[in-house]
Ligand binder design. Sequence first.
Ligand SMILES: Cc1cc2nc3c(=O)[nH]c(=O)nc-3n(C[C@H](O)[C@H](O)[C@H](O)COP(=O)(O)O)c2cc1C
Length: 147
Amino acid sequence: MKAIVLYDSNYGNTQSIAETIAGALDPMAATAVPVGSFKAEELHAGDLLVVGSPINGWRPTARITEALSSLGADQLRGVRAAAFDTRLHIFIHGDAAKKISASLQEHGAEIIAPPHAFYVQKSEGPLDAGESANAAEWAASLKQLAT
Ligand SMILES: Cc1cc2nc3c(=O)[nH]c(=O)nc-3n(C[C@H](O)[C@H](O)[C@H](O)COP(=O)(O)O)c2cc1C
């Protein structure tokens, strides 16, 4: 099983979570891939695709939305998938992970875990204390669910 952790990030916080997840999944077979370098044709049935985005204006970034909507209708058939976002502690924060998860499913992926949120203290970060450890823990649970 190969794993790709696809992410977008404005200030590096989502990138940091993505890299922690890739490291915890399996440093040999998991790679954190920025959205500009994503090649969907490198994914095959049985692989794991984790997608993460900051919430920007109540939704995933335009780059993540475009990368997912450019996939073929059935392009993720047989791929296991999960989504996360980074967000602020505000009353109405909107959502990115749920929207990403729905899009992954629409393109044929099997969703193996509920969408997950990680929190930043301010727009530029830093991540809340403990979120890197939480990301490693979440990745360990994904690894179990994917094998
Ligand atoms: C233009 C813009 C819009 C944002 N909109 C939201 C939002 O709707 N909800 C929210 O919780 N955070 C929002 N944020 C804060 C982001 O969630 C935060 O910047 C992000 O998690 C940091 O991750 P990054 O360093 O990977 O970009 C916004 C930030 C920017 C710059």
